[in-house]
Design a protein around this ligand. Structure first.
Ligand SMILES: [Zn+2]
Length: 241
């Protein structure tokens, strides 16, 4: 956790910073509302350690309109988050962090895409931003059996069983896969489709699957980040003939 370091210790980090973004939102009856925050911070810390990067404390509140209707879920408007994210990246860039990784620890932060495209168009080649979505389907295939596991299901419950088993109430875990695809969240909250707040197979979760997921995600993330930054190094966003 880089935020426990002193200014002198922070001088020892390289030119990479990692911003984990989570969400404060309902995770069914069996997981805490801070699940995305715990998982995103843990992933970012693992990645940061491998890259000698400065890891920021996880952004706990982002965008999660889809969980409207459950007390305890808190979000901000997309344009507020967009501006906040840009401010943080510019701040880091001004301090010499030329490579900024934004770890998307909650699938519903769709506004990250335009923000990162805007930042790269403005900042490259002086700095570049990598959007890291750690749910690499190929890496998790073979560990997680459920192919339609979106929220509080096998994947998240397994990772939480590995990281914080004390916070998981497996006796309250349920399985539910709605008969609609994810884009239907444009037309109503999660609870229209998933009355228990779970989209996936939470009862199939194990701590060992969680450990394997984190291991696979860390390895894939390092490969992905290195690929992006080796490509953006010295390159302008625009290409003029
Ligand atoms: Zn989650």
């Amino acid at each position: 956790m880089s935020y426990l370091k002193t200014i002198d210790e922070i001088k020892g980090f390289g030119d990479t910073a990692v911003i984990p973004a989570g969400s404060l939102e309902q995770h069914g009856h069996h997981l805490p509302v801070g699940t995305d925050i715990i998982i995103a911070q843990s992933m970012a810390d693992r990645i940061g350690e491998r890259l000698n990067a400065y890891v920021l404390p996880c952004l706990p509140i982002t965008t999660a309109y889809e969980h409207k209707g459950k007390r305890g879920s808190v979000w901000m408007n997309a344009d507020t988050f967009y501006k906040m994210l840009c401010d943080i990246v510019i701040n880091l860039k001004d301090q010499g962090f030329k490579k900024v990784v934004i770890l998307k620890g909650h699938g519903g932060i769709f506004v990250m895409d335009p923000a990162i495209r805007h930042l790269n168009a403005e900042l490259m080649p002086r700095a570049a931003v990598c959007l890291l979505d750690p749910t690499f389907p190929a890496a998790l295939n073979g560990i997680i059996g459920c192919a339609n596991d979106l929220h509080s299901g096998e994947y998240e419950t397994s990772v939480m069983l590995h990281l914080r088993p004390d916070l998981v109430k497996m006796d309250l875990a349920v399985d539910h896969i709605p008969d609609v695809p994810r884009p239907f969240l444009q037309y109503g909250s999660f609870f229209h489709y998933c009355p228990d707040g779970v989209w996936g197979t939470a009862t199939a979760a194990t701590a060992e699957k969680g450990r394997l997921c984190l291991e696979a995600i860390t390895a894939e993330s390092i490969r992905y980040i290195q690929k992006i930054f080796s490509m953006t190094e010295g390159r302008s966003y625009g290409k003029t003939e």
